[in-house]
Structure formats: structure tokens, C-alpha cells
Design a protein around this ligand. Sequence first.
Ligand code: PMP
Length: 435
Amino acid sequence: MSEKELLLMCEEYTLRTHEYNRPPILWRGRGQYLWDVNGKEYLDMGSGQMCATLGHNHPWVVEAIKKSCDELLHSSSVHAPAKSIELASRIGHLVSPPLKVSMFLSTGSEANEAALNIAKKYTGGYEGATFHISYHGRTAMTRTISPSLTHKGYGPLIPGIFTMPGPYCYRCPIKLTFPDCESICLDVGFEMLDRWAMGPVAAVFAEPIFGAAGIIEAPSGYFKRLKKKCEERGILLVLDEMQTAFGRCGAMFAYEQEEIVPDILTLSKTMGGGIAISSVTTSDEIKHVIMNRGFFHSSTHAFDPLPSYVALAVVDAVEKDNLIQKSKEIGNYLKAGFKELAQRHLIIGDIRGRGLLQGIELVKDRGTKEPAEEEANAVYWRCIEKGLMTRTVGMPASHCVINFCPPFYVTQKEIDIALNILDEVLSEVEKNIYA
Ligand code: PMP
């Protein structure tokens, strides 16, 4: 079928929230590359929807799917199948104590829903808190803990969720500067939370790198202070590592880099190599308390074998191919490349992230930091024309961050190719600003 026919069918028969009905229509993928139905090649710096960390159709992922086809694709969620038990044990050994036990679900939103339910049962509270730069999903509850999204037309949000100012230092919501500010946003947030809460607060949700809001890293020591504030109040800290785990940021889990251990860890994207799976991991102690209180949470595809085969293959690859080290090395190379571009392109206002999760924030003016949203959009589409897939992220009104999160096997040469295309495109786009 031709691209034209597919675009017409897409217009007529799909319900997609991305309003663009324009090429490329993707058809095939291998490693860092995608091809559209016309055979045009794209270097994918976005790992699909950030998930294909081993690259597209990695042979071990394909092998794992085939093995599942030979053995067992789906089973009753009442009886945990062999591969899912194996995966739970593997994760139980990877995470830091007291984290140990896992539940497997399908999507990230589902995992965060389950995390709040666990926290509610454990603490006896129903309230929760989040940050203004958080993104945790689009179901009713996870939308509520995702203030970085636009909510127009989806209200009311669920009751009992409080929003605190997050550590977006480049655009500080209270206009202070780190380190002089001593992260006072955290003290203010918790002081307000204490005044607002009706009863025990069940959970605080955060991402070690706030991804969707613009690859925002908290300043040094922030997460340690956050964990302490939660502990002082008996609040469970839920870390959502859907974008950051399994080596992407240069450690198996990004919480290790912050020298904390969350009470509940939620995983998805980087776990499944492109196949839908998510998990919620917590401690034995929390498990026993909530079980005694009658905790029940499941879904049709909970503990399904197929995604467990794949997740085990992903963990194998991360360990056997030394991908954590690779993520660090290539990540440093990428960061150096972004810094070099920033010397020549005034549109680059900030460079953030680590390992293979990095972004550059585009601004019209480095002094005023006016977000270059239209320009970021133009960069995205012009890169596609030149055969480069990136991602644009950011909050409404500052959706101006170009994100690179390539598969682990990306080479320095491929990073050079991507940065050269970006260089050319930034020059083109800048001409319109500085004309
Ligand atoms: N948390 C984070 C950090 C995410 O990036 C995402 C997906 N973008 C989600 C939660 C929601 O996952 P899903 O779309 O699979 O529900």
C-alpha cells in the first residue's frame, strides 16, 4: 500500500492524539534505524517511544518472543507463570534492599496506580503529593499526579493530590538560584503539604529525572532531602523510573546515583525493549502489611509470560553487553557534542540529563529564556526530513526541549551524524529568530 493510501486511511480510521497526519509512515526497524514505507531511512535517537533501548527488533528480544510463542504466550493472572516468577527474582536481586518483591502489569500508568494503592493500604491514608514538573501517566489518577500535562477538558481530577514546586532550576517557579536557594522549594512544598493534608499522606511521587517535563535533573542532594522529609512524616516515596532504569542513565537504576532507595519503585518503558510491561517493586515489610490488610490489585495481563521473556532478555543484554558502561561513555560523548553545539547556537539555553537520556532546551533569548516552542517543533520536523528522529518534550508553554535517548548500541559515529544534522537544522531555524 502506498504512503498516500495509508495517510488517507489513517485520517479516516484512526483516533490519534497526535494531530499530525503526515509522513513518515514507519514500516521496518533494525537497531538504531527505522525505514518508512517509501524505504527512506531514519536514525532513531528516540528509541521509538523511548522503549527500544536495545534498538529496534534486537535479536535477543526477537528470540525471547519466539521462545514465548513456543512455550507460553498468555496465562491466567491467578497462576504466576514460570518466566514471570523468574523475572521477579531477577529484579529482586537487582534492586537495593529493602526493595525485593514485584508485581508485573502492562503500562506505566497502571504501575503508578498500583503504587498509590499499595501506599494507601500501607499508610491508611488516601492523599498523595507530586511535583509541578511530574509526569506519571494519563489514567484519571496518574493524570492527577502529572501536573506537567495540560488538563483542560479532563476535570475534575481525583481528590487528595497535592502539587509541590519541583526542582526546575532553569525555570525556577519561585525565581531563586541553586545553590544559594538551598532547595527551599522542597521545604516550602512540604510545609504547604503539612498544612493541606487531612490525614496521613500515603505517597509522594517523583521521577529521578523529570523526563516529559523537559529532562529536568534535580540539583545534588535534592533526593536525599526529599527521602528524609518523607521518612519524617511516614510518607512512602514512589520513584517512577520508567524512562531512567535498566542502565539508561549510567546506573542500573537512577536512584543509585542519588544515593537513596525509594519505598516503591515503578518501572516500564526501558524494561520491555519495546514490548508492553510495567512493574511495581517494594519491600517484604510493605508486602506483608498490605497483604494482612487485604490488598488486592491485578489486571488481565498481570504477570503475563510473553513480556517477562522479553524483560529477561533486556536484563541479560544490559548485563552481558556491559551496557551501563556504554551508556556512560556514549552519554559523555553526546554531552560534549551538545556543549560544542551550544557554543555556536545561541538558541540552546540549557543542556540537561545524563547517560542516554539528555535534552537541550531551546530559547529565543538566553537572557529572557523565552521558550522557543515553534522553533523546537520546526527542528523536530526538519530533522525528520533529513533522516533523524528526535523527540520534543516539555510542559505547555515550554515545550521546547529536544530529547535524545538513543538505543545503547548507538556508536560515536552515529552520534556525530545526528549532531551534524542537528547542527545544520539549528542554523536554519536560528536564521528566523535572528533575521
Ligand atoms: N511515567 C513516566 C515517567 C513516563 O514517561 C510514562 C510514559 N511516558 C508513564 C509514567 C506512563 O506510562 P504509560 O504511557 O505506559 O501508561
